[in-house]
Each structure stands twice: as C-alpha cells, then as structure tokens.
Design a binder for this molecule. Sequence first.
Ligand SMILES: Cc1ncc(COP(=O)(O)O)c(C=O)c1O
Length: 445
Amino acid sequence: MSVSRRYQLTGETAREIATSVESGIRQGGLHPGDSLPTVRAAAAGLGVSPVTVSSAYRLLKARGFISADGRRGTRITQAPALTLRHSAPLPEGVRDLSQGNPDPELLPNLESALDAVDPSPSLYGEYANLPDLIEVARANLDADGIDASTLAVVGGAADGMERVLGANLRPGDKVAIEDPSFARVIDLMGAMGFTPLPIAMDQFGMLPGALSRALDAGSDAVIITPRAQNPTGAALDASRAQELSAVLDTRPDVLVIEDDHAGPVAGPTEESGAFTLCAGRLRWSTIRSVSKFLGPDLRLAVFAGDPVTVARVDGRQRIGTGWVSHILQQIVAHLWSDFDAPELFARAKASYASRRDDLVDKLTQRAIPASGRSGLNVWIEVAEEAETVRALMQAGWAVAPGERYRIETHPALRVTSAALREGEAEAFADDLAAILQPQTRTYSA
Ligand SMILES: Cc1ncc(COP(=O)(O)O)c(C=O)c1O
C-alpha cells in the first residue's frame, strides 16, 4: 500500500511536507501501517531536495506519526499521536470482549463519595496533593512493602508513565518494555521519541536473561507491569521478582518504572500483596492507578518514587495542568478509605480470577493455548491473527488483535475475561475451537 498512489504529499518546505502528512492522517487519506515513499522518491515527486524531505520525516518521527521499519521502509505508526476518526461501531448482537475494562458491577458506587465532596470552591494556590488521599495511598503502598515516603498524584497510570519518562529521559533514549506490552506504552515510545527494546516474557513477567541483554544493549529505563500485565495476564512471583532485582542491580543508574495499573484487584488469587523491584534504587517510580479498582473515569493514580523524580514530575505538572482536581482527589480518598473497600476489592479480585481461570480452562480443554495468571485479560496464541479476529466477529465476539500489543512475539488475541458472564466462556471456547480447526489442518498439511 504505497502512499504515492493513494495520497499526494504536498509542500515545498520540511514543515509544509510534514503538515501534509499529518493532515492526511487526520482526514483519513493515510492510515496506520501505510508506507511513505522513500526520501528520494518523495523529493523527486515534490521537486525539492532530499534533505528537505529527510527533515520532514525527522519532524514526523519525533512527533510519533511515522516510524522507520528497516527494509519495510517508513510507515504511519499504528497509533499516531493525534485524534483519528473513530472506528466503526460493533454490529448489533456482537459481545464486546475487546476493551480491557473492569466490570462496572465490581466497581464501588460513587453516590456516597459524591455526597462527601466538600462543596466549597477550591482555588489556585492550595495544596497539590490532598493529604487524606496521600494518607490512604501511603498506608496501602507501605503494606505492600513499597517505599511511600515521597508520593504525588497524577492523572492515571499512563499519564504517570509519560511524566516520569519525560522527567528523566530524552528523545533517542532506550526503554526496555515487555513484549507483548500495553499498546499505549508502545505508542508512547513513538510519541516521545524513545527506542523500545522488547523483552520476552512468560507468565511470571520479563525473562531475566532477556532483561539482562537489554540492559547490556544500553537501556536507560525499564517499564515493568508487576501484575495484571496487559495483554498476557503475567504477574511476578517472589522468585522472579528476586531474579529480576538481581539483574537490575547490575545497572543501578537505570530508571525503573512499575505500572501497577490494577492494584488490589489484580490477583493472582494466591498473592495478597504486590512485588516491587524498586527497593533502594536511585531512580524509580511505582505508579498505582485507581482505574481498575475504583473506576477508569476517576483518571487518577498516585505514584511513589525517588525524591528527585517525584519533585521533577510534581514541578512540571504545576506548569501545565497544575494539579489533579481536588474534587477527584476527595472522591478517590473517600472510596479508597471506605470501611467496606477491602471486602469490595477482595470480591472483585476473586471474580476476575474465576472468570479468567474459567476461560483458560475451557480453552485448554480444547487444546487452545491460553494464559492469564492475573488481571482482566486472557492471551491466546493463534496462527492467523486477523483471520481469527474476523471469524470471531462473525460468530458474535469482538476481541482485540494481538498486533496492537506485540513487537516480536507470536500472533495472538487478547480477550477481556473480566467482561464474561455466566456460560459465555464455554460458548466462546466452542466457537474459537471451531474456527481454529481448519487453520490447524492447513498448518499440519
Ligand atoms: C498495563 C496498563 N497500564 C496502564 C493502563 C492505563 O491506566 P490508567 O487508566 O490509570 O491510565 C492500562 C489500562 O488498561 C493498562 O492495561
């Protein structure tokens, strides 16, 4: 799919050419994955020098719109950092298992928290971080063995990761990330101009040898999801946490970010707390979002870290958004410190675990390889990703194609097990088994 046939680049200067590509993406003439012409071909077509086109491509790359993909050439990134047209709504009757959302039934009711909000206006010049929220967050992180002496509040885990990376790294730096990884982490690498180093993993997280090689290759930072890894459902256990800490000890200068986006509802069932790889490190941050246990629309995470990182993030936030709304901070503090909260989280954790386990069991019984030790999703390896997603849609199931999450790993599907209702795991497994049957025959022929 070459852009020269489908979309005409225009402009005489680097800025104009870059703008024409950006407009093409925004207006739908260019799509994620489309190729751009080579520098030489674009220069010839536009009647400008190759240096001008190169500068335009550099600008687009720095903004996360395009990526250079070796011999495959220069392409529009899968999620360029600008608003795209919305994807088509699902056909009627299709069950949506693609969104990675928590189950609304397992989130706390907001009513009492809304009633508890102080209605007097909050003005400029007040505290940035609500003391009541810091107190409950600190108690929870302390209980998990995370150093919570320096804490601040940000707008969710993804916002926290962006801010911590921005506070410590520069474009061009290398960041070791899980492969497969949360899609927005991959997108963030492009948007911020970092080079991702994919780290192979299993159900207990990053493989120590693979992490060690990425550190040797010059990683400046490592992003780790300690539990509820998205998309695979991996979670650290004590022994993997120890092995990875030992590897990280060989590079004390590296920034380590823990994305604890699901907190107390993550599971696995047998673990009561969280594991951390950050103890005693020079530059680190553990970000705990409330999105999965209190609700994604609260848009809030607390993050612990070394004093320099926390001060940089806090200081930078004051220049921009200023602070996270005090109304939200009050709601979160109220819900998180509620007397019934621990029981509610325990119930949610158990429900997510049983839905995950049920789906993994039903798939395993049909010889379909599936994993999901913790979190809201199950990861299913398939031979033909796009074809299987299409066939499942026809059978009435929407799932997420693995390509959004993986860099070097095997094709797969991400299914949000958290959304499953009674009896659906069996029906889904039956449909998937029927779809995969012919694929298997083709492959073994
Ligand atoms: C691994 C991971 N990190 C971060 C997030 C986003 O968290 P937040 O809503 O706090 O930005 C998600 C959302 O599903 C996730 O799966």
